[in-house]
Design a protein. Structure first.
Length: 401
């Protein structure tokens, strides 16, 4: 897949998407229990577990609910064994609403996974970062002490793209309240899509050295959002930088504004999200009777369009074939034109013949010339001449006698 932002579809405003890593056993059982509990409480309308191929090792869960009581939301969670990690499963959630997503709506993650503090048996095994080991979605993630390791972690986190990464620098060592994650203060729609990285007061220079490769920097005692990878055209990191973040338990107003601006901008879908969204739209199985009827109507319309296109193609092919046969028949009926004879050079051939004739004439005369000077030739010639004048011939004969 291309890394160019122009080669990837834009993130729809109706989409909520996140992915992570589950490290505990039997994640499918955890999801079933959670969905069943929410169905009984009325938080969701229904859920289903579509069939997967027998040789597939993953699981798929679908859930439907109505946000604000009127807006239909369809969500799908996919579980697959994690690659390159010792244990656990990778999970991804894509949820699409009938209108742009509202940050006050419940987080789809809490409808598939148990939530802390609710007595639902949340052991914290589902909120691991999908690709970077050691990162959590709902906790403060202290940056490593090693500068190179810090740079590597921030770079890998920015590449992942499914989450929004926020780097917060502590101006001074916070108290117990300030050490709590900022995610708890965010609206539900943003809470499980944010990964919070914390830099200690003495790491100010080191963290900005690590952020230099990403083209952003964090103010002292402030915060900055890591740019998406790849960044969309015209992306300005200054718009997603917060000068001050008070770690005292108060609402982070400026940070919340930066997060809203980031979520509202046009940015490319992360790797794998486009396929997950297409799968949600095209292979959705949890439908109402009205939706099934509408789907059948759409399929019938598509079949009719395809049949009409095939009929037109057949007619065009038939017409083209008939025209080709008619042209071939007409070509066979027309007699073949006489090929032009190869013309010989008229000016050169008679001249050459005449020259050849004159040459033979000269040869003939030359051959006769020596024979006229010989005695036999003279006698013959005289005889021949006398033959023409009989008087002269007789006179010559009498004189010799």
């Amino acid at each position: 897949m291309s890394n160019s932002a122009t080669d990837r579809a834009a993130f729809p405003q109706t989409l909520w998407a996140v992915r992570g890593h589950h490290t505990g056993p039997c994640p499918d059982e955890v999801v079933r229990r959670t969905l069943r509990r929410h169905q009984e409480s009325g938080d969701i309308d229904d859920f289903a577990e579509p069939r997967v191929p027998e040789d597939a090792s993953g699981r798929i869960f679908e859930a439907r609910w109505r946000a604000d009581g009127t807006v239909t939301v369809r969500a799908r969670l996919t579980l697959v064994p994690a690659e390159g990690r010792p244990k656990g499963h990778e999970w991804r959630i894509v949820a699409e609403a009938e209108r742009p997503w509202d940050e006050t709506w419940p987080s789809p993650a809490t409808l598939f996974w148990p939530e802390r503090g609710t007595g639902e048996g949340d052991d914290g095994s589902w909120d691991q970062h999908a690709t970077v080991t050691g990162l959590r979605l709902r906790q403060v993630n202290a940056l490593p002490a090693d500068d190179k390791e810090m740079r590597r972690r921030l770079r890998d986190a920015a590449r992942e793209g499914w989450c929004v990464n926020v780097v917060v620098h502590e101006a001074m060592t916070p108290d117990e309240q300030g050490r709590l994650p900022l995610a708890r203060l965010l609206p539900p729609g943003l809470r499980h899509r944010v990964v919070e990285h914390r830099a200690a007061p003495h790491q100010f220079r080191a963290v900005n050295w690590a952020l230099k490769a990403l083209g952003v920097e964090v103010p002292r005692g402030g915060a900055v959002l890591l740019p998406p990878d790849p960044a969309p055209e015209g992306y300005d990191g200054r718009e997603h930088r917060v000068r001050s973040v008070f770690l005292d338990g108060s609402q982070p107003t400026e940070l919340l504004a930066a997060l809203r601006h980031f979520a509202a901008q046009a940015r490319p879908l992360p790797h794998g999200a486009e396929e997950a969204l297409s799968d949600l739209r095209e292979n959705w199985t949890l439908m109402t009777l009205r939706e099934e009827l509408e789907r059948e109507r759409q399929l019938s319309a598509r079949y009719a369009e395809a049949l009409e296109a095939m009929t037109k193609s057949r007619d065009l092919y038939k017409d083209a074939a008939e025209q080709a046969l008619a042209a071939l028949a007409a070509y066979r009926d027309v007699p073949a034109p006489a090929l032009p004879q190869q013309q010989r050079p008229a000016s050169r051939t008679p001249g050459a013949l005449q020259q050849l004739t004159r040459t033979f004439e000269r040869l003939r005369l030359t051959a006769k010339g020596p024979r006229q000077q010989s005695p036999d030739t003279d006698s013959d010639t005289g005889t021949g001449t006398g033959t023409g004048t009989g008087t002269d011939t007789g006179t010559g004969t009498d004189q010799k006698s």
